[in-house]
Ligand binder design. Structure first.
Ligand code: CP
Ligand code: NVA
Length: 303
């Protein structure tokens, strides 16, 4: 199966295929019944080695709404968690189910699952990437500003983490501008940054206010991602000042919106006045996980 038969990274899909998914997500949101039951008789295995609320529930509900079913498989409970190789897990699951969604630490494990299995694999978050989230985020931006994103600047404030890397991949493919403000030592993945710089306008700055100037979308994420809990105190010091509050938002355009993948820490990376204020679209963004992922499921598993 070629890379477009999986969804491991936004960078693996062409602009056309991403746009097709976003258009389908819009149609599924407007008219859920229009999808029919493309997953009838099919099963999605959902493998989790990290926690989840939105990803788990939206994939499970989405598969059900498309006529299929989803299996929640915690690594704590399956043999993967006791050391069964990912390649063997891929071979075995491929005999039972029709697609796998995985949330784990190492992107290489997701790639290995795709390599050794014979069914589509969807990346539900790794330390490196969070592509499904960015599809929902872009759907939310399109709802606000229309499908032509060429005039949109997105400001990313904070950690150069999995979300930042997937924002870079999306900017490269979909042609919006991206300005990232990250503290020293917390920049995004270097290769991902370079690839995006070759494709669109990408700026990396230190000052969050500078990143927000003229942005139509301001977005951020937690200072310590899953798996970085022990670094939380050190990160809290490094990210002092990387806080999206009303003052930061005042640098953005008047119609700017605020996005956050959630879960959020009010008083840390974002002020309550912003996430709970009029510019916030975080609940639409969370809802759009369902629609965007249904589009991906239908495209990959719908036949
Ligand atoms: N945004 C996101 O992926 O949420 P969960 O961790 O709850 O799945
Ligand atoms: N960067 C966060 C995103 C959670 C959805 C993490 O990886 O924990």
């Amino acid at each position: 199966m070629d890379a477009a038969g999986h969804f491991l990274s936004i960078a693996d899909w062409s602009t056309e295929r991403l746009t097709q998914a976003l258009d389908l997500a819009d149609r599924l949101k407007a008219d859920p019944a229009s999808a029919g039951r493309p997953l009838a008789g099919k099963t999605l295995a959902m493998l989790f080695t990290k926690s989840s609320t939105r990803t788990r529930v939206s994939f499970e509900v989405g598969a059900h709404q498309l006529g299929g079913q989803a299996l929640f498989l915690s690594a704590r409970d399956i043999q993967l968690g006791r050391g069964e190789p990912i390649a063997d897990t891929a071979r075995v699951l491929s005999r039972y189910v029709h697609g796998i969604m995985i949330r784990t630490f190492d992107q290489e494990d997701v790639v290995a699952l795709a390599e050794h299995g014979t069914i589509p694999v969807i990346n539900g978050l790794t330390d490196l990437l969070h592509p499904c989230q960015i599809m929902a985020d872009v759907q939310t931006i399109r709802e606000e500003f229309g499908p032509d994103l060429s005039g949109v600047t997105v400001a990313w404030i904070g950690d150069g983490n999995n979300m930042a890397n997937s924002w870079l991949n999306a900017a490269a493919r979909l042609g919006f501008s991206l300005r990232l403000a990250c503290p020293e030592g917390y920049e995004p993945d270097a290769a991902t940054l370079e690839a995006a710089r070759d494709a669109t306008s990408v700026e990396l700055v230190r000052d969050p206010a500078e990143a927000a100037v003229g942005a139509r979308v301001v977005t951020t994420d937690v200072w310590a991602s899953m798996g970085q809990e022990e670094e939380a105190a050190e990160r809290a010091r490094a990210f002092d000042g990387y806080h999206v509050d009303a003052e930061i938002m005042s640098n953005a355009t008047e119609d700017a919106i605020f996005l956050h993948c959630l879960p959020a820490h009010r008083g840390e990376e974002v002020a309550a006045e912003v996430i709970d204020g009029p510019a916030s679209r975080v609940w639409d963004e969370a809802e759009n996980r369902l629609h965007a992922q249904k589009a991906i499921l239908a495209m990959l598993m719908g036949g």
